[in-house]
Write a protein that binds this ligand. Structure first.
Ligand SMILES: [Zn+2]
Length: 58
């Protein structure tokens, strides 16, 4: 499995806008991934496709 397809868990600080993998600075797309507790909100870097889980659930 490519590393860029793994979902990286991140903790939110003041702002989460810059992709840690590629340095893209203009924010993220979002997607919703079904999970046992509902849906996980996943942020996706539009530049490199890296996926991040910031702990949001719905
Ligand atoms: Zn990126």
């Amino acid at each position: 499995m490519k590393a860029s397809r793994d979902i990286v868990k991140v903790g939110l600080a003041e702002e989460f806008r810059i992709c840690p993998q590629c340095g893209y600075e203009l924010g993220f797309h979002s997607s919703f991934l079904r999970a046992v507790e509902g849906y996980r909100i996943i942020l996706i870097c539009p530049e490199c496709g890296a996926r991040y889980d910031v702990g949001w659930r719905m």
